[in-house]
Structures are given as C-alpha cells and as structure tokens.
Design a protein around this ligand. Structure first.
Ligand code: GLU
Length: 284
C-alpha cells in the first residue's frame, strides 16, 4: 500500500520558519517513504481564515519545492462529513450540549486544584453533562447556541486501552508504542457554537477520508493525539502512524531576531533567501 502523507496548514497568517520546517520535514519523510503527498487547508475558523493567506501559503510551499496532489482539500467544504460524525457520536450517547460561556467556565474553575488539560486549559465543569432534556429544549428555544462536548468518562470506559505508533514515519528513529491518555483532556469540544466541528473532530474525520497513513506534525500536538485515537476508535476509523517533530520557533526564531529580520517566508524571500538557505536555517 502506498503511504499517504499530508500537510495541514491553517490559513490564519503567513508561513514562518516553523511552518517551513514542518512542511519540508513532512515532505522529505513522504518522499523517502515513496508516499503520496496531500495538502489540506484547515479553515474551519471563519474569524481567522482568509483566502489571501491560503493563496500565500500555497505560493510559499511551491517555492519551497513541495509538490502535492490536486485538488487541495478545504475543511470549510466538509461540514456535512463533520455533522455525520457528530450524529454517530450522539447516537452512541457520547455528546452533550455545553452552554457555559468562557466567563462562566473561568469562574467555575478558578479554585485551586481544578484539573487542567495538557495545554493548560481547565477541564469543562460537569454542570451541563446531565441537564434534563426539558431544560436543554428550553434553553435552545430561548436562542442559546451550545457547543457540543464529548462525555469523556463514558468514551474512555467504552474504548478501553488505546495506543498509537509514534515515529513510524521517521527513518532515523524506531517506532514506539504510545499509550493514549484522552481523559487528561476532560470533555473536549467537538463542535463549536458557530461551526459544526472542532480541530479534533475535523482532523480525525479528514485524515480517514483522505486515506492518510502517516501524520507528521509538531510536538505541540503530541498530546492531542490521545484524543484523536479515541475518536478514531469511537468512529470506527483507521489509525495512521504519527511522527511529532521538534518545534523550530524558539531556537531559530531567537537567532534570527538578532539580525532583526522577521521569520516569515515572505520576508525571507523578499530578502533574497533561497529554499536551500531556508533548509539550512531550520537545520534540515
Ligand atoms: N492545522 C494545524 C496547524 O496548523 C495542524 C493540524 C495537524 O497537523 O494535525 O497547526
């Protein structure tokens, strides 16, 4: 089976050196594995996504030397698929509408010892987990727009022990079996108030839809993989191999700031940098 890799940028700004490293690392591993390379634009956030950023990202990636299959997938065009996944989780009794505002969450979780997720955000309070159906209907009739959250305790109980293969794409390293700990995230959000999906849901649904076999991405998403393998299990989707690479922003970003240059590829290109020099800068 031909391996399938993907790069999945969010069109929220220009690419910087950290993205360049991520894209080239991904692409190198794909080519070494003789894989297919796909691009996915993660534009579920209507507030932050801009078509001009998408165009600029494609231009930067092509300049770096990446070649991908057409058509490029856009998550904004995939809402029906996310709704179908939400329906399935709802049928399994694993979703609930979450009404608390950011302010209410902050107040309810302010005390010492409130559990926090691996990104440092407080777990969602249990308040909405078992609202009576009549109360939910009443709030909806009043115009409340809830988010949808996963009943993590039930989901974890249903799934049992889950693992993933880390490092599968990295020919320099050996594969490791990692144990998932999705409960560390609490009741994760699966659909936002304004969009019928979330990062976690969309990435899992789309990796499966695109037949992705190798997910290469930054270490900042290592812990999120626990949620992803749980959702794959619940939705009956195949599990790719994962490779979480080092992050570039701090080390090289700091070095470059000494020369008072921005680290966006746009600036570096305008300054006459070549793709080979970019590779050098990020240690590839
Ligand atoms: N869209 C995410 C980002 O820009 C990447 C998601 C992923 O690779 O799973 O950071």
């Amino acid at each position: 089976m031909t391996p399938v890799f993907r790069f999945a940028p969010s069109p929220n700004g220009r690419l910087h050196l950290g993205h360049a490293y991520a894209a080239m690392r991904d692409y190198d591993l794909c080519r070494r594995a003789g894989g297919r390379f796909l691009l996915r634009i993660e534009d579920i956030d209507p507030e932050r996504s801009r078509p001009q950023f998408e165009a600029a990202i494609l231009d930067d990636l092509a300049w770096l030397g990446l070649v991908w299959e057409e058509p490029v997938m856009r998550q904004s065009e995939r809402m029906d698929a996310y709704r179908a996944a939400l329906d399935r989780l709802r049928e399994l009794g694993l979703l609930y509408p979450a009404f608390m505002s950011r302010k209410e969450i902050a107040e309810a979780t302010a005390g010492p010892g409130w559990p926090r997720d691996p990104d440092g955000a407080p777990h969602y309070p249990p308040r909405d987990r078992d609202l009576p159906a009549a109360e939910v209907e009443h709030r909806l009739a009043e115009g409340a727009r809830p988010a949808l959250r996963l009943r993590m305790d039930r989901a974890v109980a249903e799934a049992g022990d889950l693992h993933w293969i880390e490092g599968g794409a990295d020919s320099n390293g050996t594969d490791e079996r990692r144990t998932a700990d999705p409960a560390a995230w609490g009741d994760v959000i699966l659909a936002r108030r304004d969009v019928p999906t979330s990062y976690h849901l969309a990435v899992v649904v789309d990796d499966a839809y695109q037949g992705v076999t190798h997910v290469v991405r930054g270490r900042d998403l290592l812990h999120a993989t626990s949620v992803h393998v749980l959702l794959q299990h619940l939705l009956g989707l195949p599990r790719p191999h994962y490779h979480h690479h080092r992050l570039i922003v701090d080390a090289t970003g700091a070095k470059l700031s000494k020369s008072a240059r921005d680290t966006t590829l746009a600036d570096l290109r305008a300054d006459g940098a070549t793709p080979a020099e970019i590779r050098d800068m990020v240690g590839l």
